[in-house]
Design a protein around this ligand. Structure first.
Ligand SMILES: [Fe+2]
Ligand SMILES: [Fe+2]
Length: 262
C-alpha cells in the first residue's frame, strides 16, 4: 500500500501547490491514500469548510487538524464527523471530533490514522501526556482490523518526537511529525518496522517563516511590539511530503521524502 503524507498546508499558496502537485504525483506513484495536515490551510490560521472542500477536490483523502484548528468557528462543522478530519487524540473527550479515523481501501483493507499532540513547548494546556494517551488507545483496539496504522505526531520538540518513534516502533506502521514546518532528513525504518520522520515539513510560501512575511518575524524578535502576521501568497512554494510503502503485515517497507520547490 502506498500512502502519501503531506506536511502542514499553508494558505492559498499551499492550496495551489497541492493542486499543482498531488494529482500528477498520485498517478505517477500509484498512491492509494493521501493524508495532510490542514491547521494552516485558511490564510495560515485554522481551516474553513470552503478551503477543506477545495483540497479534497485536489485529491486529499484524509486530514489532521493540528493545534490551530480552533482558530475558526468552522471547526464545529469540520470535526462533527461529516468530513474526514481528526483532531489530536489527547484533547479532552468533551471537545468536538475524534483523535482517530478509519479509511476503507477495499481490497487493501482499512487504514487507521491517529493524530496525537506533543506537549513540550506546545502551550496547549488542555492536552494530556501523549505517550500514555496513545498506548491506552492502542491497547483498546483490535490490531487485526487494520492493514496499516499511521500516527501524525504534531509536536515541537525533536526529542519528544524521536522518543515517540521508538516508543511506538513495532506497534504502528508510521510515526510522522508535523507542526514545525521544517522538513527533517532523518527518515528511517526503525528496528521493528515502523517508518519514522521527525517532521514532514510544509506546503506553502517558500519565502516565509512558517507562512509569515519574514520582516514581521524580524520585528517580533527585535521589539516588544510588532505588526500583525501577514501571509505570503506570491512567489515559489515548497511542497514537503513523505511517500510510504506499507506491506500486508503493517510494517513499513520504505519511507521516501519528497521535498519540491514549485
Ligand atoms: Fe502548522
Ligand atoms: Fe501546529
Amino acid at each position: 500500500m502506498k500512502v502519501l503524507f503531506i506536511g502542514d498546508v499553508c494558505g492559498k499558496a499551499g492550496r495551489e501547490a497541492l493542486k499543482n502537485v498531488v494529482p500528477d504525483l498520485r498517478k505517477k506513484e500509484g498512491i492509494d491514500l493521501v493524508i495532510t495536515n490542514i491547521e494552516n490551510i485558511a490564510h495560515g490560521r485554522g481551516a474553513t469548510v470552503d478551503t477543506v472542500n477545495e483540497v479534497m477536490s485536489a485529491g486529499i483523502d484524509f486530514m489532521t487538524a493540528g493545534n490551530h484548528i480552533w482558530r475558526r468557528p468552522d471547526f464545529n462543522e469540520l470535526l462533527n464527523g461529516d468530513y474526514p478530519i481528526i483532531r489530536a487524540l489527547n484533547y479532552p473527550d468533551d471537545l468536538p471530533g475524534k483523535g482517530y479515523g478509519e479509511i476503507d481501501l477495499g481490497a487493501l483493507g482499512k487504514v487507521l490514522v491517529i493524530h496525537l499532540m506533543g506537549w513540550a513547548f506546545m502551550q496547549e494546556r488542555t492536552i494530556t501526556e501523549p505517550f500514555r494517551a496513545i498506548q491506552a488507545f492502542l491497547n483498546g483496539i483490535n490490531h487485526d482490523d487494520y492493514s496499516a496504522i499511521i500516527v501524525d505526531f504534531h509536536a515541537e520538540a525533536t526529542s519528544e518526537k524521536l522518543a515517540l518513534g521508538f516508543f511506538l516502533d513495532g506497534q504502528v506502521s508510521a510515526v510522522l511529525g508535523t507542526h514545525t514546518h521544517i522538513p527533517t532528513a532523518d527518515e528511517r525504518i526503525m528496528k521493528n518496522g515502523t517508518a519514522y520522520i521527525n517532521d514532514v515539513g510544509m506546503v506553502g510560501p517558500y519565502e516565509s517563516v512558517l507562512w509569515v512575511k519574514p520582516e514581521i518575524i524580524f520585528q517580533q524578535n527585535m521589539y516588544p511590539y510588532s505588526p500583525a502576521y501577514e501571509i505570503v501568497e506570491d512567489g515559489k512554494r515548497r511542497f514537503d511530503a513523505v511517500l510510504l510503502d506499507i506491506d500486508s503485515s503493517k510494517s513499513a517497507k520504505s519511507i521516501k521524502r519528497i521535498n519540491l520547490i514549485v
